[in-house]
Design a protein around this ligand. Structure first.
Ligand SMILES: Nc1ncnc2c1ncn2[C@@H]1O[C@H](COP(=O)(O)OP(=O)(O)OP(=O)(O)O)[C@@H](O)[C@H]1O
Length: 757
C-alpha cells in the first residue's frame, strides 16, 4: 500500500500579475503551504473567522519557484532530485509509476513536466536518468529495453502524438480494457529506443504535435491532456539469480482548468468544457478514492483494536478487512469509482488507486488575483494525498517461480538442519532425512533448469534486440525492422498467408529444406525445395542442392553463387525469399550518395542484362576504389574489398554477355543482308514483268485501232467496236492500265507474297 505523494510548486508572477501590483497570496514553509484571502484582510467586523483568512495545507513536497534570487528557490534540478529520482527508483524496482501535473491554466504544469530548452523539465530528465542508470551495472549482468508512446486526449478523443501523416495524426484511437493489464489505447504506436537522444527526439516530436491555443492567462496553453509513457523492461542475473521486471512510467501533463468565457468561440468553449469535464471527473475519482481509502484505514484501525481485544490472529484480522468495503465502518459501503466517465480517468485507472506508485505535482500561481483557483487546486491536491494505491512489482512469471522455488529450498534446508539437530539418532532420522534431501535436490535441479532456460531465453531476446532495431510505426506505416546481419525475408505468393518472416543467416551454413532432408534444417520448408547458404565473414554464398530448381532473380543456377543485396531467391518454384545484406547495402548507399545519382546499386543494375550496364559497373568500381580511405572502419573496408571482388566477377560476366550479344548481332546482320539481296532480285523481276506487260498493251492497242479504222461503220457494235470472232472480254471494255492485263498489275502484287517476313 502506498499513498499518492503530492507536491506543490509555486511559479513566478507573470507580467500581467506583476503589472496588477504583484500581491502574493501564497507562502511556503517546509512542507506547508499557506494561502491568504486578501479580500478579507480589511474586514474587522468579526464576521470573518481568522481561519478563513489564512488557510494551511500540508504536502509531501513544497517548492517555491517564484524568484531565483531567493534562498529557498526550487529549481528544475531540485524538483527532479525529489520527484524524478523517486520515479526512477520506483521503476528500477519494477513498479508502475505515474507522475502527473495538475493546476490552473498558465500555472506551470508544462514548464515542470517538459521545461524549456534552457531549463529542461521532469520528463526529459527522467529519460536521461533512465539511460544513465543502465550504465551503473557491470557488463553483461543486466539488460533492458525502453519503449515509448505519447498520446493526447483532446475533446475526449485520444490521438497518437508520434504517428506520421496528417490524417493519421488526427485519427482518434479507441480505449479498451485488458482483464489483467487494465485500460490501454488500441493501435497506439510504440517506439523502441536505445539511447536518450532517441527518446528526446520522440518527446520533441510529440510536443510539437500537441494542440495549443491562447487563453486569457496563457498565450500558448495546452488544450489537451498529454500522457508520455515509458515501458521499461529490465533483466538482471545476479549470483545466478534472475530477475525480470516490466514497469510502466506514465508522465502526464494535464490541460489547465479555466473558467468559461462567453466571448470565446464555440470550438474553444467545447474544448474548455471537455477539459473541465475530465478534470471534474478526475476530481470525483480522487475524492471517491480518498474517501474509500479513509474508510479502509478506519476499518483497519477498528478491526485491529477489536483483534487486540479478543486476541485474534493476524490472519483473521486481514480477512475481516478483505471481507468487503462495507464490512466495517458502521455498515458504509465503498464508493463507486466512475473511472469510465472520462477518457483521462479511464486511462489513469491504475495510477489512481491501482497498481502504481503515483505522484501528483500541483502547480499554482502565487498571485492574490488567482486566490480562488489556487485554493481549489490546493483542496484538490489535499484530497489526492489520501488516495491509497496498491503497487506491486511486475515480475516475470518464470522468474517469480524461480524465486519461490529458491525460497522453498532454503526453507527445506533449514528444516533438514533443525531435524538433524533434534534427532541425532541416525536410524530414526535417516529415512525422513532422505525424503527431505530428495525434495531439496529435486527443487534445486528444477531451479537450475529454470534459471538456465530463463537465461537462454533472455540472452536470445537480448541478442535479437541488438541484432534488430525494431520500431513500431516509427516509419509512419508500420514496423521498421533493421537488422545488421545478412538475412532472408519471405516473399509469400499465397494470398491467404499473413505475416512476414525473417531468417538470420548465421555465420556458417544455414540448411534450408524439408525436415527429413537435414538433421536440423534452420529454415524448414514444405515440399522438396532445398539449398544451403554459407555465410563466411559476411560473404554469403548459395549452394543449390540436387533435385531442386533454384532461381536467383529468375535465372536458374546450378553452381554455388555469391548472393548480392536484394537478390530474389526462388526454391522449387514456390518458396521465395529476398536476400538482404545490410553491411553491403550500407556501403553501396554511401557510394550512391557520394556519386549523387551516378549509380543505382540495386541487383538489377549490377546484373549484366544490357550492354550499357558495363558503363555503370565501371562507374561503380571506380567509386568503390576511390572511396577506400585508411580512416574507414575495418568492417567497411572489408566490405568494400568484397564488393570489389564481386564487381570484378560481375565485370567478367558482363564481358561474356557482351560477346554473346555481339555474336547474336552478327548473325542478325547476315540474315538481314540476305533478305536485302532477295528483295532486290524480286524488285528486278517485277520490273521486267511490268515492262513486258506494257509492251503487250501497246501492241494490242495498236491492233485494235487498226481494226476499227478498217471496219465499215454499219458493221460496228453499239460500243463502236466490232466483236471479233474470239470472245475476249478483255478487249470489249475500255482498259485501265494495270487493272486488266491478266491481273498482272496491282492484283498480282497483292496475291504474290513478298520474299521476306
Ligand atoms: N517555475 C517556473 N519558473 C519559470 N517560469 C515558469 C515556471 N512555471 C511556469 N513558468 C512560465 O509560465 C508560463 C506558463 O507556464 P506553463 O506553460 O507551464 O503553464 P501550464 O500550466 O502548462 O498552462 P496550460 O495549462 O494553459 O497549458 C510559461 O511561460 C512558463 O515558462
Amino acid at each position: 500500500m502506498a499513498n499518492v505523494q503530492v507536491a506543490i510548486r509555486v511559479r513566478p508572477l507573470n507580467a500581467r500579475e506583476s503589472a496588477d501590483g504583484g500581491r502574493l497570496a501564497v507562502q511556503v514553509e517546509d512542507k506547508l503551504v499557506r494561502i491568504k484571502n486578501a479580500k478579507l484582510d480589511g474586514r474587522t467586523d468579526g464576521a470573518v473567522d481568522s481561519r478563513e483568512k489564512l488557510l494551511e495545507f500540508c504536502f509531501d513536497y513544497c517548492y517555491w519557484s517564484v524568484d531565483p534570487a531567493e534562498p529557498h528557490y526550487a529549481s528544475q534540478e531540485e524538483v527532479f532530485q525529489d520527484l524524478g529520482v523517486s520515479v526512477l527508483s520506483g521503476a528500477s524496482e519494477g513498479y508502475n509509476v505515474c507522475l502527473f501535473a495538475y493546476g490552473q491554466t498558465g500555472s506551470g504544469k508544462t514548464y515542470t513536466m517538459m521545461g524549456t530548452p534552457d531549463s529542461i523539465g521532469l520528463t526529459p530528465r527522467i529519460c536521461q536518468g533512465l539511460f544513465r542508470s543502465e550504465d551503473t551495472f557491470p557488463d553483461g549482468q543486466n539488460s533492458s529495453r525502453v519503449e515509448i508512446s505519447f498520446l493526447e486526449i483532446y475533446n475526449e478523443r485520444v490521438r497518437d502524438l508520434l504517428r506520421g501523416g496528417e490524417q493519421k495524426k488526427r485519427a482518434s484511437l479507441r480505449v479498451r480494457e485488458h482483464p489483467e493489464k487494465g485500460p490501454y489505447v488500441q493501435d497506439l504506436s510504440q517506439h523502441v529506443v536505445s539511447d536518450c537522444q532517441q527518446a528526446m527526439d520522440l518527446l520533441k516530436e510529440g510536443i510539437a504535435n500537441r494542440i495549443t491555443a491562447a487563453t486569457h492567462n496563457h498565450d500558448a496553453s495546452s488544450r489537451s491532456h498529454a500522457i508520455f509513457t515509458i515501458q521499461y523492461t529490465q533483466a538482471i542475473l545476479e549470483n545466478n539469480l534472475p530477475s525480470e521486471t516490466v514497469s510502466k512510467i506514465n508522465l502526464v501533463d494535464l490541460a489547465g482548468s479555466e473558467r468559461a468565457d462567453p466571448h470565446y468561440c464555440r470550438d474553444r468553449l467545447t474544448e474548455g468544457s471537455n477539459i473541465n469535464k475530465s478534470l471534474v471527473t478526475l476530481g470525483i475519482v480522487i475524492s471517491a478514492l480518498a474517501q474509500n481509502s479513509q474508510m479502509s484505514s478506519s476499518c483497519q484501525s477498528i478491526n485491529s483494536m477489536a483483534s487486540e481485544g479478543d486476541g485474534s490472529t493476524v490472519g483473521s484480522h486481514s480477512s475481516s478487512l478483505s471481507g468487503g468495503g462495507g464490512g466495517g465502518g458502521g455498515g458504509r459501503r465503498h464508493c463507486f469509482i466512475p473511472y469510465r466517465d472520462s477518457v483521462l480517468t479511464w486511462l489513469l485507472k491504475d495510477s489512481l488507486g491501482g497498481n502504481s506508485k503515483t505522484i501528483m505535482i500541483a502547480t499554482v500561481s502565487p498571485s492574490a488575483n488567482s486566490y480562488n483557483e489556487t485554493l481549489s487546486t490546493l483542496r484538490y491536491a489535499a484530497h489526492a494525498r489520501n488516495i491509497v494505491n496498491k503497487p506491486r512489482i511486475n515480475e516475470d512469471a518464470h522468474v517469480r517461480l524461480i524465486r519461490e522455488l529458491r525460497e522453498e529450498i532454503d526453507r527445506l534446508k533449514s528444516m533438514l538442519l533443525s531435524f538433524e539437530m533434534r534427532n541425532p539418532s541416525p536410524s530414526l532420522s535417516d529415512e525422513r532425512d532422505g525424503n527431505l534431501s530428495d525434495i531439496v535436490l529435486q527443487n534445486e535441479l528444477k531451479v537450475e533448469q529454470l534459471t538456465k532456460d530463463w537465461s537462454e531465453s533472455w540472452r536470445d531476446k537480448k541478442e535479437l534486440l541488438e541484432q534488430y532495431s525494431m520500431d513500431i510505426n516509427r516509419d509512419r506505416a508500420g514496423f521498421l525492422i533493421n537488422s545488421l546481419r545478412p538475412h532472408l525475408v519471405t516473399l509469400d505468393g499465397d494470398v491467404l498467408s499473413t505475416g512476414v518472416v525473417f531468417y538470420h543467416l548465421r555465420e556458417g551454413v544455414t540448411h534450408i529444406g524439408p525436415q527429413e532432408q537435414f538433421e536440423e534444417p534452420q529454415i524448414v520448408l514444405q515440399g522438396s525445395a532445398s539449398c544451403e547458404i554459407q555465410n563466411h565473414g559476411g560473404v554469403v554464398t548459395l549452394r543449390p542442392l540436387p533435385g531442386c530448381v533454384c532461381l536467383l532473380n529468375d535465372r536458374e543456377v546450378t553452381e554455388p553463387c555469391r548472393l548480392a543485396q536484394g537478390t530474389v531467391i526462388t526454391l522449387g518454384g514456390v518458396h521465395k525469399f529476398r536476400f538482404n545484406h545490410p553491411a553491403e547495402a550500407a556501403v553501396l548507399r554511401e557510394r550512391r550518395r557520394a556519386s549523387e545519382g551516378g549509380l543505382t546499386c540495386t541487383y538489377n543494375d549490377l546484373c549484366p542484362m544490357t550492354p550499357d550496364h558495363s558503363v555503370k559497373e565501371v562507374n561503380l568500381q571506380g567509386q568503390l576504389g576511390a572511396c577506400l580511405s585508411p580512416s574507414e572502419e575495418p568492417s567497411a573496408r572489408q566490405c568494400v574489398e568484397e564488393q570489389q571482388c564481386y564487381v570484378e566477377s560481375l565485370r567478367q560476366e558482363i564481358q561474356a554477355e557482351q560477346r554473346r550479344a555481339e555474336r547474336e548481332l552478327e548473325r542478325e546482320q547476315a540474315h538481314l543482308r540476305q533478305q536485302h539481296s532477295e528483295i532486290q532480285q524480286w524488285i528486278l523481276q517485277e520490273k521486267r514483268r511490268l515492262t513486258t506487260v506494257e509492251q503487250r498493251i501497246t501492241q494490242e492497242s495498236g491492233l485494235q485501232a487498226d481494226l476499227i479504222s478498217r471496219t465499215p461503220p454499219g458493221a460496228r457494235g453499239k460500243s463502236g467496236v466490232r466483236l471479233s470472232g474470239r470472245s475476249d472480254s478483255r478487249s470489249s471494255v475500255p482498259r485501265r492500265k494495270g487493272q486488266e492485263e491478266g491481273g498482272a498489275g496491282g492484283a498480282t502484287k497483292a496475291s504474290r507474297p513478298l520474299p521476306f517476313r
